[in-house]
Design a protein around this ligand. Sequence first.
Ligand SMILES: NC(=O)c1ccc[n+]([C@@H]2O[C@H](COP(=O)([O-])OP(=O)(O)OC[C@H]3O[C@@H](n4cnc5c(N)ncnc54)[C@H](O)[C@@H]3O)[C@@H](O)[C@H]2O)c1
Ligand SMILES: N[C@H](CO)Cc1c[nH]c[nH+]1
Length: 896
Amino acid sequence: MFIPRLVVSGPELSPVAQSALLLPTVVLAAAAPASLCEFMRVHATGGCIGRWWLEPSTDAEGSDQAALRHWPLETEVELLNVGAARVMADIRLSATASPPDAETLAGLATTPVERRIIRLVTKDIEELQAVANSSTSWVTAALPSLTNQVLIQLPAHLATSPAGRDTLQALQGRLAQLPQPIALAVQLDGAGVALTGLQQCFAADQSVVYAIDGLSTAWPAPPGHLNLAEALLAGAQSDRADRLIPTVVVNAQRVNLGLVYSSAHSLSEALRTGTGVYQSRKRGLWYKGQTSGATQQLLRVSVDCDADALEVIVAQTAPGFCHLNRSSCFGESVGLTRLAETLAQRKQEAVAGSYTQRLFDDPALLRAKIMEEAEELCDATEPNDIAWEAADVIYFALAKCVAHGISLSDVEAHIDARAMKVTRRPGNAKRKWQAAAAQEVQPPANVTAAGFPDTPARIAMVHHTLADLSVDQQRVLFQRPIIQSDSIMATVEPIVRDVRTRGDSALKHYTEKFDKVAVEHTVLQAPFGPDLLQGLSDSVRAAIDQAYANIRAFHEAQLPQQVLTVETMPGVVCSRFSRPIERVGLYVPGGSAVLPSSALMLGVPAQVAGCRNIVLATPPRRDGSIVPEVLYAAQKCGVSTVVVAGGAQAVAAMAYGTESVPKVDKICGPGNQFVTAAKMMAQNDHSAMVAIDMPAGPSELLVIADKDCNPAYVASDLLSQAEHGPDSQVVLVAVDLSPDQLQAIDDQVHAQASRLPRVAIVRQSIPKSYCLSVATRAEAIRFSNDYAPEHLILHVEQPEALVADVTNAGSVFVGPYSPESCGDYASGTNHTLPTYGYARMYSGVNTDTFLKHITSQALTAEGLNRIGDTVMALAEVEELEAHRNAVAIRLRDLRQ
Ligand SMILES: NC(=O)c1ccc[n+]([C@@H]2O[C@H](COP(=O)([O-])OP(=O)(O)OC[C@H]3O[C@@H](n4cnc5c(N)ncnc54)[C@H](O)[C@@H]3O)[C@@H](O)[C@H]2O)c1
Ligand SMILES: N[C@H](CO)Cc1c[nH]c[nH+]1
């Protein structure tokens, strides 16, 4: 229960009253309701009690308190809504102590009991005795429905007289024994109340009011006044010989910053200045931050339950409360506090080029990220994903606050203020968002234990029509689902660093963490014996053999001719020859599907190119083994080492090398976002000296289909890539299809998807996919080129003719009998292809991926004679004299 230690009243919210708001205080102010509400909104002072009176002038009886009980209910509600812990209503006791009239009681009984104090106002001890002794008193009947705390306002001399004390004790006993006990506090009225009077009341665990004109924050208080801090501490006792009061300093999040000491003097200074001021045991008054500049804004002071310690809540203007320059004497901050501190620091330091700085400087980017993360949070279903997405939303929301000078405490003040509201809004979403949510939410479905819907809810792509879309809306369609590059990078960076530092033990650690298996050995060395290939069926072996032969044939054909030679001028012979990259690392994904085909697609070109040392990494199964199909493919491709690990840790091991994993010069292969991020990170680290093939992420497919298409084929192709993972995206560009044809494809998508074992994944990827209706082939191919898909299927009349217009795509599948699956496995082309639109500038993996091309030249004397003047002229233009001289010195000999 909130028992105020001080009641401060006065005609306005004077500076002393405002200081008093930092204490467990009732502030009675005669300010107009609007300004009082506004004041409380700004200060969000949950602990104070607001009050106003309609007519601050005196009433007929000459009392300026008479009008208090007439305040309108709406104002009481508003005061509670804006953060008043309690509001106070007065009942004036009559000479006979008769009950208040029914109208008064009815007017009081509408807001929550625990948020209201009833003040019994009297100047007569007999009236109080009548209330305490009356057996039929309204006190036992009506009061409990109005409040759980009563404040009795008495002149000081009556309260401290023997009769006054006896009466108060009797009344206190009576109220405490009610079925819903009521706490009693006493307000000693009148200026000049002695400190001893205050102490007596506190000793009885009661509260005290002191007229504001008798209170002061000056030290010492002027004659006839009482210092505010002394009033608060009047009932406090210190266990220490020096009488100092142990003071726990916390921040607004109640994170403990440190332990200090206070005296009435230091507290008075803290209240006067509104900052952190303490009593140093060695140096006297300590104005925190006076020399360092790291001052504290005082937010609240409270006395603990047995009045021998203080808690001071502060906002630090700069981190570094403790002498070790840490945020807290108990260590660095964590969680939201740490995030808020980091963002504030970034804002101050303005590190050019940092991502956070970009967010501060680019409101459009920040807005897009907040909306993107909010959507991802809405879509998340797994507990861990929800926590992850919520963290993203909080990060970007705080970045927005910090960009506008809003602190975490400001946000919390609003949260606290909302907790104080007594009326609630219906909380419906705005119409715009209601409509958006209705469009996105699938028909109701039950959810399996894994969080996937298991009822036959419709599996459907979103539909768009090109003609209805603005250029900006079209651009949005080019974006792939979720790449949380920041959070992914933040996850991957420590993994890479750890593997680099701790080698095999870190590799094992992350394999246990992410793949849930404690492996004994981090690598397998070739040859991979029959024991490792157990379980490989003859038919699969034959399929791998066939695929290997086709892929090999196509990749061998890509080998450059032995040496390319051109005589550019007589006697000037230029040539180019290739050499294999010696040590290569192949990443074969294995998280959600086992992909021996990827082992072939990477291993064959590496082998054909002649790489000397081929290392292959793939995540182990739950029993720690590697699938025999992958090992068989690895064997055929001449892989020397298989790293029994996946994810960022495997990439890091190959990039830097560990005790067991050889370092490689180039890392190739597809993988999820963690794998791709680790590859890009390693590539950017010069000390790793490692190249990568390309960013090959979640699979994607774009089908261009026209009136000639077979709806079942189209749907089957779309689903073949949609089943890869929840973040896969498939796109159908429908050229002039009728509503019936579109419906037929939609029906096929739903029907075929529903029969797939990986329907749970498809249910996540298909809603992120879409069908775009266009009018012409030209529009279709233009859109496809802008999208730059990993795979492009041309399921149209005369598909070959369209190939000529393809400018951006990883691999093209021409005609109705070229399903993309053939390219995935066996036709001969490579399936490791650029995604995310990187097909604009990258090729898929090919034999060249594993080769370097070296050029050479041989000039005869005649050749040098012919070309020499050209070289010297250009060297002169560039003012590179040594370059010029290397030719001139020879020409001098030749031309003598
Ligand atoms: N573009 C292409 O050519 C191509 C080819 C084949 C596959 N793919 C794509 O490759 C991807 C394969 O992904 P996958 O997940 O199945 O296998 P993966 O092998 O790429 O990833 C699995 C690894 O991810 C790591 N990981 C998982 N959760 C993690 C977390 N929360 N934090 C850190 N690390 C974590 C684990 O170490 C695990 O071993 C799919 O998106 C698929 O579409 C692309
Ligand atoms: N479609 C993937 C490339 O994006 C490769 C693959 C492997 N297995 C089946 N498909």
